[in-house]
Design a protein around this ligand. Structure first.
Ligand code: UTP
Length: 411
């Protein structure tokens, strides 16, 4: 094993680990060696080399994507769609997935983001509890207990499960709640070297919410969907506390439009808002980030004065199960973020940097949409369905999210 490890480290310029290994005891060395053999250093090298290359959007054709505005549907139309969607829910063909594998560094809470407490008009509530409240409301309305799957990561999985055990699953049927772990990738410092963590192993972090496709296929979740005869799966993040994830109109519309993937959107408030919006790129559905959208396109309006690229991605998606079957082996592109991360220095001291010091590679869930020719987009009211908890203070913080929550539940 040792020779193989040495060869890999030399080949990929990670020899600093060899020096480091000399200071480890036998057991620690073996653990690290085992981890090294499990890491794809070739892929890491390619990711690092790609950091410096700019993505060229010039050759890409960007077009508007069609959407339906929920507010503009007639009562009759809403009833029709609701009927189709409700049938899926009441016949137990519906499941919900919450992506909770992120690190939540911007919020800075120690522990999984779902264990953060918000002081709402309904009392102090953990974010996970707010999601369960939504599931319980659906339980009352449709008379079924919707299966709930929570995607975690190595870093927060045990803590997340322990939290639910301690809180007795907030009295939701425990047999309907399942946890599954997503994959991870090593972090790289600015010279492309892997770093070490407190546990004397290479520091790895969740590989972005795009890891969901592989995680669902690999961890028996897809089989579980099939065993339960689930057909439609709603996926959203842990951080939108108003996510309305049991929405028969969305299900009905997607089925009627004969699509396999759908997403909700909210209207962009102004051309400069820093959000990703839906569009079609080279004929396929795509979320384009604000930095990628040319200014004149961001400003473009249609004959009704609406922004042509104005459907904001709020991270709330609906999938037909066939998508998870088809995309089980999908290889999504990785996006790079420069982040702060503690590491062991060569003297074995743990350093907490003041400034970002590592590259983190993340795949995005929505990059898979371009594998399909089209998707359903349902525009909903921002104040009804979008209250993100991202930052510690300011925009999209616990304060702004609680305000929106209180306004909604005070009605
Ligand atoms: P964010 O992009 O907000 O990332 O994730 P984050 O890691 O939670 O937070 P920061 O950037 O460090 O502050 C959007 C959603 O995707 C999930 C998050 O848990 C959140 O629900 N996510 C993100 C994962 O499940 N896995 C990941 O690897 C990344």
């Amino acid at each position: 094993m040792k020779e193989k490890v040495t060869k890999i480290l030399k080949e990929y310029s990670q020899e600093h680990l060899l020096d480091y290994m000399k200071c480890l005891n036998k057991e620690e060395q073996e653990k690290l060696e085992k981890q090294i053999l499990n890491i794809d250093f070739k892929q890491l090298k390619e990711l690092y080399e790609r950091i410096k290359q700019n993505q060229d959007l010039e050759s890409k054709i960007i077009e508007h994507i069609k959407y339906t505005d929920k507010e503009k549907l007639s009562e009759k139309r809403k009833e029709e769609l609701e009927k189709i969607g409700s049938k899926i829910i009441t016949s137990e063909k519906y499941a919900v997935v919450t992506m909770a594998g992120g690190q939540g560094t911007r919020l800075g809470h120690t522990g999984p983001k779902g264990t953060y407490i918000l002081n709402t008009i309904n009392g102090p509530k953990y974010i996970f509890e707010i999601i369960i409240d939504t599931l319980k409301r659906a339980q009352k309305e449709y008379g079924v207990t919707i299966p709930w799957y929570i995607m975690t990561s190595r870093e927060n999985n045990d803590e997340t499960i322990a939290f639910f055990e301690e809180k007795n699953y907030f009295s939701y049927d425990k047999s309907k709640v399942k946890f599954f772990k997503q994959g991870e990738l090593p972090l790289l410092d600015i010279s492309g070297k892997v770093i070490l963590d407190k546990d004397k192993k290479i520091k790895e972090a969740a590989d972005g919410n795009g890891g969901i496709y592989e995680a669902i296929a690999k961890n028996g979740v897809l089989d579980d969907f099939k065993n339960r005869k689930i057909e439609w799966i709603f996926v959203s993040g842990i951080d939108n506390i108003l996510s309305n994830f049991v929405d028969p109109i969305l299900i009905g519309l997607t089925i009627e439009e004969k699509q396999k993937i759908a997403s909700k959107s909210v209207a962009k408030t102004n051309p400069k808002e820093k959000v990703g919006v839906f569009c079609k790129m080279n004929g396929k559905p795509k979320v384009i980030e604000y930095i990628e959208l040319p200014e004149e396109m961001a400003e473009e309006r249609d004959e009704n004065g609406e922004l042509v690229y104005g459907e904001v991605n709020i991270g709330t998606y609906l999938y037909n199960i066939s998508v998870f079957e088809n995309l089980a082996d999908i290889k999504l592109p990785y996006h790079v973020a420069f982040k702060k991360s503690g590491y062991l220095n060569e003297k074995g001291e743990f350093i907490e940097p003041e400034e970002p010091n590592v590259y983190k590679f993340e795949a995005f869930i929505f990059d898979a949409f371009s594998r399909y020719d089209n998707m359903t987009i349902l525009r909903v009211k921002r104040e009804d369905e979008f209250a993100p908890v991202k930052n510690r203070t300011g925009n999209d913080s616990p304060e702004t999210a609680v305000k929106l929550y209180n306004e909604k539940f005070n009605k």
